[in-house]
Design a binder for this molecule. Sequence first.
Ligand code: G4P
Length: 551
Amino acid sequence: MNSPAATTTSNALARDVSRRRTFAIISHPDAGKTTLTEKLLLFGGAIQMAGTVKARKSSRHATSDWMEVEKQRGISVTSSVMQFAYPPGPAGQTINLLDTPGHEDFSEDTYRVLTAVDAAVMVIDAAKGVEAQTIKLLEVCRLRNTPIITFVNKMDREVREPVDILEEIESVLKIDCAPVTWPIGMGKAFRGVYHLLTDRLQRFTPGEEKRSADGELIEGLDNPRLDELFPDEVKHLRENVELIRGASVPFDLTRFLAGTQSPVFFGSGINNFGVQEILQALLDWAPPPQPREATREDAGTRMVEATEPPFTGFVFKIQANMDPRHRDRIAFLRVCSGRYQSGMKVHHVRLGREMKLANAITFMANERVASDDAVAGDIIGIHNHGQLQIGDTLTEGESLRFKGIPYFAPELFNLARPKDPFKAKQLQKGLKELGEEGAVQVFDPGTGNSILLGAVGPLQFEIVAQRLQSEYKVDAVYDAANLYAARWLTFPDDNTRRKFENDEASRMAKDIDDNPVYLAPNRVNLQLTMERWPNVSFHAIREHGQRMEHA
Ligand code: G4P
């Protein structure tokens, strides 16, 4: 039987875990992610003034500025994870909002951040509907059935019919929509939203800086106040709400948690309208830190529960250049179970050795609340001098590896070679380290001095070039590689593997974990090769640290 002290400790852990909500905002550029982030922080009391996040975004527009910002120790670390209490104050829940770079600096980072959250808020521009990057990001969320809350933004503009938007989300993103609020009008005639679950109309007043809790709420569709306020529109409003209530599927918490249905809210981020409803939905419906599947040493798997007392966590992001003098990097670790305490000793599973976690950074966007412990759902930043890689698991002794941190097959390719041939070694070393850090994917095509770089976003190349110069003192020449796609390969047996590698030698490369990769010059080639080798599997995704086993 557990001692009373142990029971108290595990009760405290369970209580703290149940109060966590960890999420990210996903959107196509310009849909309103920055604006919404800022308003969420404003409502959470984490920032006092609008403009803080926005200023940071504009300073990141140009690559060089971005690098400068990165160099300012601490700035980007604290803004990559924003923790705040909602409702503000000690009684509130702890919300962790993870930033996903979404603009010119869109890269693999975004994908990995999504492996560290338990829910996502998807922002859709009501005029534009579902856009390209939303589709990509939602695919990633689907890999883990992440629950999605949808915010249809910019209702203060002339936008598309709400029904059309829902239909588009359902057909393009293949996720069912359950409207929770329904907009009354749009643009200049935007009157507010009708909450289908609480039966209340929330009146829209443009430009309100911070909506107070007792802002105008009108109870019930029959309320005469509606006739008074909107004499010309009230009939249409009532019909519309009845119609949508009859025609739409009701919100179903189980389906939301399974990632198959998304509650939809309409609003206007810039006007603070509909923002509190998103926070409330996160509190009421988004899941607390979820169990995570991990592979054990004996190749079995087990679910690690968030409330297990032993500490575990995995690294999902590495941020470099926090302090250029020390080539210092911060590894972002998502705590999956137990409690982080400053100075604790942990087991570094990949290296098989002990490591002390001193001076890890915990994130509290509101400085007034100091926090030096962290539980499941929280993120800690660990100073890293190369010992930690993306995908690494830390535990209190158990040999576990958390699953599901993806490498995506790159879509852009460059060949790098040193300007000065005597610097080939430095180039190799630099690229190996940057590859381990996840800044870019590095392949060895086995053709002498050139190293093949693969990326998901073009800015990845620029950052790598700058970092090679400033950190490794190598100038490299980059030639566009005429490639369409890379695919990781698994083979049914060694014979097939040898034959494939022999026949397709000129199209083969190795990734940094020595996995065989097929490089396709164009789509047709990829298709034909796949048809020619029906027994060979071509993978567009692999997990970090994973050796591709034979099928
Ligand atoms: P992003 O991070 O997803 O890229 O979007 P961001 O929040 O930066 O918003 C993109 C543009 O959309 C911004 O305008 C922003 O002000 C505007 N916007 C965001 N929410 C709303 C809304 O609810 N209604 C309306 N009408 N506009 C909204 P911008 O002109 O690019 O920037 P700025 O000049 O306003 O700073």
